[in-house]
Every structure is written in C-alpha cells, then in structure tokens.
Design a protein around this ligand. Structure first.
Ligand SMILES: [Cu+2]
Length: 118
C-alpha cells in the first residue's frame, strides 16, 4: 500500500515537471564554495539571483575539512556535502521571492540568499 502511494506521488511530480517545460526557459549554472575562514563557515556567494521556471544547476563545493549542509527549505533541498567533495543540486523554482540558503549542520554557519525573479 505504501509503495503504491509512492508510485502515485512520483507520477504527480512527473506530470508537474512536464507541465513546467513550456516556454523558453533555460538552464542557469552556478558554482558555490563552502568555505571556512578563521573558523567561521560560510558560502562564497552571498546572493544568488535566478529566474522562475529556469532549471538551476548549483554545484556546491565543500573546500573545508568537515562536512557541511546545504539547505533551501523553500525548494525542499537538504543536502550534506562531505569534506573536499562537490554535489550538484538541481531544481526548478516555481515561485518568486527571497529564500534562505543555509547549513543545517552548523547554526553559526553564515547563511546566503537565493532570489527568484519572475
Ligand atoms: Cu556548516
């Protein structure tokens, strides 16, 4: 029963993705480093500005010696990037606004913002 629900949910997500493919949307690529300076962790980009409906490919490089998180609650993104590795976070924002980008592992880790324009 649970499995059937999961399959149904996946089908709905797929349908939404296809519906969002209209128009002349493009792929936007960004590269963000997770850094640590004098013990203060942060991101190399403070504000990322993107366009609603574009596919966003964010390459997140963790250049530090410990694992860091990469979260954007608004787009249901919650990643952990291991030391000296990179991950590509791909999503297509469907809403405009300003959203917080933060590390869910360290409360003191300086957050960044993502601004989605229409
Ligand atoms: Cu962190």
């Amino acid at each position: 029963m649970k499995r059937a629900l999961a399959v149904a949910a996946a089908a709905v997500v797929g349908a939404i993705a296809i519906a969002g493919c209209g128009g002349n949307h493009k792929t936007e690529t960004f590269r963000v480093n997770i850094t640590s300076t004098s013990g203060v962790s942060g991101f190399s980009i403070g504000t990322i500005t993107v366009t609603q409906g574009d596919k966003i490919d964010l390459r997140v490089d963790n250049t530090t010696e410990k694992a860091h998180g990469f979260s954007i609650d608004a787009f249901n993104i919650h990643r952990v990037v291991e030391p000296n590795t990179a991950q590509t976070v791909s999503f297509t924002p469907k809403k405009t606004g300003e959203f917080k980008v933060y590390c869910q592992l360290h409360p003191a880790h300086v957050p960044a913002n993502i601004i989605v324009i229409g």
